[in-house]
Design a protein around this ligand. Structure first.
Ligand code: SF4
Ligand code: SF4
Length: 454
């Protein structure tokens, strides 16, 4: 039996993925529904090459990883001084028995990070003694046996199996790759950080994460990108800004590392290259937008139809040929124009309430893309005043809602992109009391005793 026939007979070639229903097609667009992918939204997708953002090529600058807030903590004197000034808040909050900041809450949050620190999940090549060494000579997969569409379906199925909540594919846009990587701990290479490494895309066989001459090299052939989304726990996320909501973030980072590293091992076992990444090396949000997973919100985060911004992101570059997804629209830009809820409830005033701009008003954002830049320093300062990270802009966003017939009705009105309807929906959201933080006490008590014998 031919290999493809064998796979079809075994049901592997027809890997089952979330069903997407096309409701209508017109003028180069299609309207889609999928409970699994889009929750209760009907999304609009271009059938052509249309991109989602407006870029001014003359002013656009690729970003330097050194300027992310987490990197700045290692070199920026202003950030370091702020951290010194605010150190010790955690102990005070524990001693005060502040709800959401008790010893239990801090222990819970720190423990949730554990999986993200396991070495080697973000390796760029196989390691000796590891399981991800190609089991065939390269190229092991005969293109006659698998079409890119079949391979894409298999990779997506595997990504969901390994722990992603959503997965999309796109091709590499070099604009989103950092100009320089910033390695700040031993976990990102066998060295002591921080080290700046010039990032380049070159004709070469294997990726180089950090060479002796401080360069990071991505093979040109790794032009296919897998974007991975992880839902953060809804109950924990609502206790923002506290260690409980922070644990939802931390647990997302742990799943990112495990899932992305495991998917990389799967791809390497097939004889292809795989470069797994967390927040490093390239901008995760525009990649996820290209891969059809959501739109950019006023809060500076990816807004997905199914989970809102209550997600974490990772990505993987590979030379395994994949069929790219198309970007989607479901009214986020228009709703954010009206809503501004994240801006008014942000405790640090880091989110703009005005219109989008191409200006970069601080070093942790880059110019040229029309968006709402965030004041990352003010946000990070609040985290230190608060004693842990925040998540308020994730929790309060009206897109962060469980599915119900009422919420689905609102979703369909939002997708109409009508300002009057958007104002009415926002009024209802406020009238229903959405956006108020949950209580730490309730978090620990909810369902807590169901596994204890009385
Ligand atoms: S995490 Fe908190 S402080 Fe930072 S932008 Fe969001 S709401 Fe503001
Ligand atoms: S809270 Fe409102 S303005 Fe902010 S991202 Fe969500 S929808 Fe947009």
């Amino acid at each position: 039996m031919h290999r493809r026939d064998f796979l079809k007979a075994a049901g592997i070639a027809g890997v089952s993925l979330p069903a997407v229903h096309t409701l209508a097609r017109s003028g180069g667009r299609e309207w889609l529904r999928s409970e699994d992918l889009y929750g209760g939204f009907t999304v609009e997708r271009s059938t052509g090459d249309e991109k989602q953002y407006s870029i001014d090529e003359a002013t656009y600058r690729r970003f330097q990883e050194k300027n992310t807030m987490f990197s700045r903590a290692h070199w920026d004197p202003l950030t370091q001084e702020m951290r010194r000034e605010l150190s010790g808040i955690e102990i005070k909050r524990i001693q005060n028995h502040d709800p959401g900041f008790t010893l239990i809450d801090y222990a819970f949050n720190l423990a949730a990070w554990t999986g993200s620190g396991i070495p080697n999940f973000y390796r760029w090549t196989s390691g000796r003694g590891h399981s991800d060494t190609a089991v065939f000579d390269r190229p092991p997969l005969n293109p006659a046996d698998f079409s890119p569409l079949e391979l894409t379906a298999i990779i997506k199925k595997a990504a969901l199996f390994f722990g992603a909540s959503l997965v999309g594919t796109t091709t590499l846009n070099e604009k989103w790759v950092y100009t320089d990587a910033y390695y700040r701990s031993h976990e990102r290479g066998n060295h002591r950080g921080p080290i700046e490494a010039k990032l380049s895309i070159e004709e070469l066989d294997d990726p180089v994460k950090l060479s002796d001459d401080n360069r990071a090299r991505i093979p040109k052939a790794c032009r296919y990108v897998i974007s991975l989304v992880y839902e953060m726990d809804p109950d924990a996320s609502e206790v923002a800004p506290s260690c409980i909501a922070a644990a939802a973030t931390a647990s997302g980072y742990a799943r990112m590392a495990l899932t992305t590293g495991t998917l990389a091992a799967f791809i390497r076992n097939l004889g292809y290259r795989a470069i797994p990444m967390g927040n490093d090396t390239a901008l995760s949000i525009p990649i996820a937008i290209d891969a059809g997973l959501g739109e950019l919100g006023r809060n500076g985060l990816l807004v997905t139809p199914k989970y809102g911004s209550r997600v974490r992101l990772s990505k993987l570059f590979t030379d395994l040929p994949l069929v790219p997804d198309q970007p989607i629209r479901f009214g986020v830009t228009e709703f954010c124009d009206t809503c501004k809820k994240c801006a008014s409830l942000c405790p640090s005033g880091s989110i703009m309430s005005g219109p989008r701009t191409r200006e970069a008003d601080n070093m942790s954002t880059n110019p040229g893309v029309l968006k709402w830049p965030i004041d990352a320093f003010a946000c990070y300062r609040f985290w230190h005043e608060n004693g842990t990270d925040c998540n308020t802009c994730i929790y309060v966003c009206p897109y962060n809602k469980p599915q119900s017939w009422l919420h689905d009705a609102a979703r369909n009105l939002i997708a109409a992109k009508n300002e009057t309807l958007n104002r009415a929906i926002l009024g209802l959201d406020n009238a229903c009391g959405y956006g108020k933080p949950g209580s730490a006490d309730n978090y620990w008590k909810k369902n807590a005793f169901m596994h204890i014998k009385s």
